[in-house]
Write a protein that binds this ligand. Structure first.
Ligand SMILES: [Zn+2]
Length: 493
């Protein structure tokens, strides 16, 4: 019992931290002779795959770490699979994860049935690790970096580093060295990372009907001339276009194998013609990225489609629908900037000619500007505000970018008290970096400058660093000129 109390007190998960990461930190914290012993003590059974996408040990998170059920589920990749599962299946998976039933969650999510296996070591972003260490005093594994096929950090646009998971030892990401030179990720790797995390964050409040999604893909394929007159997808052309589009992906080899499989029912045709419950979300994301670029754009089409109440077969298979589709697109194009300017849904709807229901769906799907009363603040919106608060954005800027009143942003800040000291630290760190950069840039331009030159040229940066961290300042700037030399220098001039 004592261990439980200790752990639940110290081991609250960091934002978007994985279940494996919390156990790894707890294991290090408790100081057992081996990690295996710590795992047995904390989780109760060493045979659990703690780094699995859907670890069936969430009961540990609720019992030992004292997390609420939803928070426990948030430490896994459940939100990655959830959009593509029926509500019934989602509930069953959640239950098995909470009860600790092995294998069932993966089988139900279709992970074990999937033919492709994407290379899955534990991954971390070196720049996130540096920031985490600075803010929280430790590094940790992020849920978003563990999603299948993701090899880039969406925030820093750098390649993720990896470590192979071992059963006998629990690891946390290394801190790296401050002079670490980032390896920039390819544009497509960043796009796939963004698609994955947006899918996890910007859900439409229910499962996505894969058949409707396939029809929406078809309507886009018509414009790309990838649908035959009989409404069939031109599979070979689609395959080669997908391959060309994603060719700079780190997991390109796996994607290539998946797309070029000789199996008749292979990807991507399976998305259009087979029962869709057993596909990894990445198979949809590759198509969505190719056709829509962003997850939010796909969601707008999806929500519009549902709001329309269109029958699936009316949209995709008939090329004549392209005109209506184009007309609607132009009305949507009018509505988007109106919403972005902060107009109410009613006004945007009136000015653009788009129906009220569709304008509302559009605003919800894109998370664009709608003035909302507190009780109407949608979960997504609150999460977006929380996320921005969490990365230290100013409340003013958040109020403008999320189109909510300043009072609401502050209300959200008060609701999460721990954000206040955290934001202070972030602001301090940002200022430190800013002033450091100014001084380094100046020194590069003036290689022979003295301390005095820097103080004269960059008075406020110099003074701020002197007041807040003089040791750091002195490690940055040139050594002091000895008094004697100073005098001789002044005499000679
Ligand atoms: Zn990062």
């Amino acid at each position: 019992m004592r261990i439980k109390q200790l752990i639940s007190f110290f081991m609250m998960p960091f934002p978007r931290e994985t279940f494996y990461s919390i156990v790894a930190r707890a294991s290090h914290y408790l100081g057992y002779p081996t990690d295996a012993k710590a795992i047995t003590r904390i989780v109760g059974d060493r045979s659990h795959q703690l780094h699995a996408d859907l670890p069936s040990v969430c009961s540990t998170a609720t019992d030992v770490f004292g997390l609420e059920r939803d928070k426990a589920i948030d430490t896994t990749l459940f939100s990655y699979y959830e959009p593509w599962l029926s509500n019934e299946r989602s509930q069953l998976i959640k239950q098995s994860m909470l009860l600790g039933t092995k294998r069932i969650p993966h089988a139900m999510a279709g992970i074990s049935a999937s033919r492709i296996s994407l290379d899955r070591p534990l991954r971390y972003c070196p720049l996130c690790a540096l920031e985490d260490y600075d803010i929280y005093g430790t590094t940790f594994w992020h849920v978003d970096h563990q999603a299948p096929g993701v090899w880039a950090c969406e925030l820093h646009h750098v390649q993720l580093e990896s470590i192979a998971p071992r059963r006998s030892a629990m690891e946390i990401p290394p801190t790296g060295h401050p002079s670490y030179s980032a390896r920039y990720a390819s544009h497509r790797d960043v796009q796939l990372a963004r698609l994955s995390s947006d899918m996890m964050r910007l859900q439409c409040g229910g499962s996505i009907n894969a058949a409707i999604a396939a029809d929406i893909y078809r309507s886009k394929l018509i414009r790309k001339d990838l649908i035959t007159k009989c409404g069939q997808v031109r599979q070979r052309e689609l395959k080669s276009k997908l391959l060309r589009f994603w060719e700079s992906l780190t997991v390109y080899g796996t994607v290539e194998r998946m797309i070029n499989s000789s199996n008749d029912l292979s990807y991507p045709s399976s998305i259009f013609y087979r029962r869709p419950s057993h596909y990894l979300p990445i198979k949809h994301l590759l198509i969505i990225g190719f056709l829509f670029n962003e997850w939010s754009d796909f969601m707008v089409s999806y929500i519009n489609f549902r709001a329309d109440g269109c029958r699936a077969d009316q949209l995709g298979s008939n090329p004549d629908n392209q005109h209506t589709d184009d007309d609607e697109q132009s009305v949507i194009d009018k509505a988007i900037p109106l919403l972005k300017k902060g107009n109410s849904i009613r006004k945007a709807s009136k000015l653009s000619g788009l129906s009220f229901v569709k304008t509302k769906a559009l605003a919800t799907g894109m998370g664009v500007n709608v003035k909302l009363r507190p009780q109407l603040l949608f979960e997504d919106k609150r999460r977006a505000i929380w996320r921005k608060l969490h990365i230290g954005e100013s409340t003013d800027a958040i109020s403008t970018s999320c189109s909510v009143s300043l009072g609401l942003v502050e209300q959200e800040l008060t609701a999460h008290q721990y954000l206040i000291p955290l934001r202070k630290k972030i602001r301090f760190y940002k200022k430190l970096c800013h002033h450091k950069k100014m001084i380094i840039d100046y020194m590069k331009e003036h290689p022979n400058c003295s301390r005095n030159d820097i103080r004269t040229a960059l008075g406020s940066a110099y003074l701020w660093l002197y007041k807040n961290n003089s040791h750091f300042l002195y490690s940055l700037i040139p050594a002091e000129i000895p008094r004697q030399l100073r005098r001789s220098k002044s005499q000679s001039t």
